[in-house]
Each structure stands twice: as structure tokens, then as C-alpha cells.
Write a new protein. Structure first.
Length: 390
């Protein structure tokens, strides 16, 4: 249970200063200074929930070893700004699916997806959204227990950012979108999951009106057609955003999210170094555990990706600038109360951010993220084993 103390706060990986990071806005996603070495950090922490509250912190290596990441470019964006916001899943037939948004030549944003049976050869891109306004971002795609592909995302098609939902039997033809939210504030970055009892949950960050602190909001559905009234669930003095859900127990969920001090930004600035990662859990969507803070440092920590591990352990991946002024991709995990040393995941000297991670086997992971290593932001993906180093 989350009432058990999880871990001493994830301490500062380096005590040196951090570089300037520009504001994140609707047309420019989390990234670090252009032209500079700016690999965003993806850190993961496998949590053993029987940790003793007084566990001592392990020292970090100054130069962490690098995990062997077998990566490839998934998209070839031709629009201004490139492709962003990946979602990744493995379906029951063993295929890897990736969804993302891309901008066309006119600047309109639409959702796309593709799949691969072997992780090497990929299908042609399938266009998911076709509304004339475009303006579709941040997909979260899962496969329900009955085999249906389900998708939640953000869209500004009504003139205000709202959360929408659609489903498909094959991934080629999608149902008419269902509008999930109707809010005067800013709804953003949904996370979709199916709990053990079959109920679908969607969580997202939103403010009740523009210019206010954000809270995490949640809705649920049994039949994927009728959705419960959205409700804010955390109500802290901080602004909360970027939730990531995984199933927990017979009918509940666990959720990682980013919390930060609101400084007037509609979407958090990468210069806002108050951003930290937290964990909570709920069995019914109404009552939530006390948040467990995973990070506590003078760096930016946001965009978490949560992964269930065997025996009740949990891995958390997120974007951070923790290891140097421009950021690196690093990782660590815990098992039975012991913390591993740091491992570096990516080594490109440029933008790498917004990771989504799934576990596909014993110690094997697939990840999709945004990178500009091709000269423009595109979706990259690859697999790695936690035990294989360069």
C-alpha cells in the first residue's frame, strides 16, 4: 500500500547549476536550448513498496554507464515543427503500436499510428483524426481486454482545449470522437488505462478556468460510451499536470504526475525548476492516497511514464534535466529496498523528451520519445534490456 513509506526523496543527481530553458507553449513542446547539447533526461525508478522509511541513499556515479538502446526513427515529418507526443503499447497479438501527432504543411495537427510485428518493419502511417480544424495533440492509446484499440487525446477543435475519445477494432477505421470534457479552463495531456474490472479511466491536467492552478481530473466508463462526470482529485496548493496511469489491484489505478508551483504559465515552463514527480493510488476514483514525492532537486522533472513490474513493483520514467545543465537520459530502479546506480538511456546531444515506456518481457522495455536528431522533431523508438550496456 502507498501508506507504506516508499523511498527517501530522489536526491539531486548533480549539484551544479542548470542552463536556461525556454518557455513551453502550445506550438513548442518541452525542449532545451536550440543548438545546445540538450538531451532530456528519462529517469526510471522501480519501487518496492516494502521499503523501510530510514533507508540510506546510495551515491550516484559521476559517469553512469549507458544502456544499449536499439533505436530507430519512426516518423518522417514534413510539416513545420515536426512530430511529437508518442504513445506506445503492445497488443495481444504481439504487435508494437505507436501513436503520435504530426503537423501538415498548413500547420494543422492530426493523430497518426503505425504498428510492427517484429519491431523492425513498420506499417504505413494510418491517419486517425480528420477534422478540418486539425489541432489534435497528445494521444494515449491502449488495447482493451476485448481487443479494441482505444484512444484519448487533446483537441482544440471547438475553440477550447478538451479531451476526446475514439475506438477501433483494427486501428484503421476509428469511431466518431466522443467529447469527454467541457471546461472553460485548459484540459491537457490525457492518460488512458483499463482497470482490472474492465472500467476505463482517463486522467488529465486541467484548471477550472484559465489563469488558475491545475489539478488532475478523472473520468471513468464501463461501456466506453457513457462517461462519469469529470472531477478534480488532488486539490493541493501546487499545480498538477501530465498524469500517467497503470492498473492497480482488482479495480483501481496508480498514477504518477508532475506537480509544480504555478507561475502564471498556461503550460509549465521548462524554466520552472519547482517541477517534481509524485505518485498516488485509488481504488474508486474518489478517495486517493497521500501523494508520495519521488523527486526533490533543483532540476526540472515532468512528463512521467508509469510501468507495472512483477510482484507489485513499479517503474517510473520521466523527462528531467537532472544530470547536467542541458540534460541526459539516465535511469535507475529499485528492488527489495535496494536502489541501482544510474544508467544512461540515450546519448544524443540534442532534444530527447516526452518518453513513453512499456515492459515487453523480463527486463526488456520498449520506449518511444521525441528527438530532433534527424534535424527536425520526429518520433523515435527502440528496445533495451536493463542489463545490457554499451
Amino acid at each position: 500500500m502507498f501508506e507504506e513509506r516508499v523511498n527517501e526523496h530522489f536526491d539531486t543527481l548533480v549539484s551544479q547549476g542548470r542552463g536556461h530553458m525556454p518557455h513551453r507553449n502550445r506550438t513548442r513542446k518541452p525542449h532545451l536550448r536550440e543548438g545546445a547539447r540538450s538531451t532530456a533526461c528519462v529517469a526510471f525508478l522501480g519501487l518496492a513498496y516494502s521499503l523501510a522509511c530510514g533507508e540510506e541513499r546510495q551515491e550516484r556515479d559521476a559517469a553512469p554507464p549507458t544502456v544499449r538502446l536499439n533505436s530507430q526513427q519512426i516518423t518522417r515529418s514534413t510539416g513545420a515543427g515536426g512530430a511529437e507526443d508518442p504513445s506506445i503499447l503492445k497488443t495481444a497479438d504481439g504487435r508494437i503500436w505507436i501513436a503520435w501527432f504530426d503537423r501538415d504543411q498548413a500547420g494543422k495537427c492530426h493523430l497518426w499510428c503505425k504498428n510492427s510485428r517484429d519491431g523492425k518493419t513498420w506499417s504505413d502511417p494510418i491517419q486517425v483524426t480528420r477534422n478540418p480544424e486539425g489541432d489534435n495533440w497528445y494521444p494515449s492509446m491502449i488495447q482493451a481486454a476485448d481487443g479494441t484499440l482505444c484512444l484519448a487525446w487533446w483537441s482544440g477543435r471547438t475553440g477550447n482545449g478538451e479531451i476526446w475519445f475514439s475506438e477501433s477494432a483494427s486501428g484503421k477505421e476509428w469511431s466518431d470522437p466522443i467529447r469527454i470534457t467541457n471546461n472553460l479552463g485548459h484540459d491537457w495531456c490525457p492518460s488512458l488505462v483499463q482497470a482490472g474490472d474492465g472500467t476505463l479511466w482517463i486522467a488529465w491536467g486541467a484548471s477550472e478556468s484559465k489563469g488558475k492552478n491545475k489539478d488532475i481530473w478523472v473520468t471513468r466508463s464501463i461501456d466506453r460510451k457513457q462517461w462519469s462526470q469529470p472531477r478534480g482529485v488532488l486539490h493541493s496548493e501546487l499545480s498538477e499536470d501530465f498524469p500517467s496511469l497503470v492498473p492497480y489491484g482488482p479495480k483501481g489505478v496508480r498514477m504518477a504526475y508532475c506537480a509544480y508551483t504555478y507561475r502564471g504559465e498556461e503550460i509549465i515552463s521548462l524554466g520552472n525548476d519547482s517541477a517534481e514527480i509524485y505518485l498516488v493510488e485509488s481504488e474508486d476514483g474518489s478517495s486517493w492516497s497521500k501523494p508520495i514525492r519521488l523527486t526533490e532537486n533543483a532540476t526540472v522533472d515532468l512528463l512521467p511514464s508509469l510501468v507495472n513490474e512483477p510482484r507489485g513493483d513499479l517503474s517510473v520514467f520521466w523527462t528531467s534535466s537532472a544530470t547536467d545543465p542541458f540534460g541526459d537520459t539516465v535511469g535507475l530502479w529499485m528492488s527489495k529496498g535496494k536502489r541501482s546506480k544510474l544508467y544512461r538511456i540515450t546519448s544524443y546531444a540534442g532534444e530527447d523528451y516526452s518518453p513513453k515506456v512499456i515492459r515487453t518481457g523480463e527486463g526488456v522495455y520498449w520506449t518511444a520519445w521525441v528527438s530532433n536528431q534527424s534535424g527536425k522533431r520526429n518520433i523515435w523508438a527502440g528496445s533495451f534490456r536493463s542489463t545490457e550496456l554499451k
